[in-house]
Design a protein. Structure first.
Length: 140
């Protein structure tokens, strides 16, 4: 459902805020000459102000970004240089993983660092050598 905004304010701030809150249609009073008077002239915009108003709404919309975020080619090329979780101490089968067994190091061949809490407390399915990238398939 599209949301509209009937703007009776001066300036461009309201357009930016409304855009950030999801507004898709705007109603704004316009005048060719504020000096002409008229019941709406106090909150009507002239041509220059209307351009600023539209630009502010467009800038606000552009700053929100997209929901369908994709990894760019340049970012994909640098992913290997990010940190990930590795087993830094050996574990025997059935041994419980502790914080001492896992460290965040490069390259990014193991689980993302956000999974550290998910690994702690699990048991090794089989022996794991130090230097092995973490993987949920290695623990139960």
């Amino acid at each position: 459902m599209l949301v509209g905004f009937s703007d009776h304010t001066m300036g461009t701030l309201a357009a930016s805020i409304a855009t950030a809150l999801g507004c898709a249609a705007f109603e704004k009073h316009f005048t060719t000459d504020r000096a002409d008077g008229g019941i709406d002239s106090a909150f009507s915009l002239d041509a220059g102000e209307l351009k600023e108003y539209c630009d502010a709404a467009k800038d606000a919309f552009a700053s929100i970004g997209r929901a369908d975020i994709e990894v760019s080619e340049s970012e994909a090329a640098t992913r290997q240089f990010r940190r990930s979780l590795y087993f830094v101490k050996p574990l025997v089968a059935g041994e419980t993983v502790t914080a001492a067994h896992v460290r965040s190091i490069r390259p990014a061949n193991g689980l993302h660092t956000k999974h550290l809490k998910d690994l702690i407390g699990r048991k090794a399915k089989a022996a794991i050598e130090a230097g092995t990238p973490t993987d949920f398939a290695l623990v139960e």
